[in-house]
Design a protein around this ligand. Structure first.
Ligand SMILES: [Cu+2]
Length: 144
């Protein structure tokens, strides 16, 4: 048991550098939902140190996650699904209400304020090599 705990800790310590993929995630949050609501937007700031592309997002709390882009076209809200989101080196890409976001689809339970949502981001570099980033989002109402 002791050996197991030690090896788990070692794994965690080596796994911690999200820096392995040269991307930092900040301000990660998900909107709270009301009972019966099956979708929710997830938002965060992603800063990549080298050119990466966000290709997949997954969370155990939803059946699927899609990458979406939203904008207002006059009075009409337009939302479309993206295959990936480019993360240019040295820039902060904001996933925020009214713009880019990750859409949780098929929520298994309502998300209440203060809940934590684990999420796995898969990024790909220019050579096609993929890495994953594990993050935790807080369920919170939009700020401001
Ligand atoms: Cu959406």
């Amino acid at each position: 048991m002791r050996v197991y705990v030690f090896s788990l800790l070692t794994t965690l310590m080596f796994a911690t550098p999200v820096l392995a993929v040269d991307a930092r995630i900040e301000n990660a949050w998900v909107r709270p939902t009301v009972p019966g609501q099956k979708v929710a937007g997830a938002f965060m700031d992603i800063s990549a140190e080298r050119d990466l592309e966000l290709v997949t997002v997954a969370t155990p709390v939803a059946a699927a996650v899609e990458l979406h882009f939203m904008r207002m076209d006059g009075e009409r809200m337009e939302m479309r699904e993206l295959e990936s989101i480019r993360l240019p080196a040295g820039k902060t890409v904001r996933l925020e209400p009214g713009g880019l976001h990750a859409m949780l689809i098929g929520l298994k339970a309502p998300l209440g304020g203060g809940d934590s949502v684990p999420m796995t981001l898969t990024v790909r570099d220019g050579a096609g090599k993929q890495s994953t980033i594990e993050i935790t989002l807080t369920v919170a109402a939009p700020r401001g």
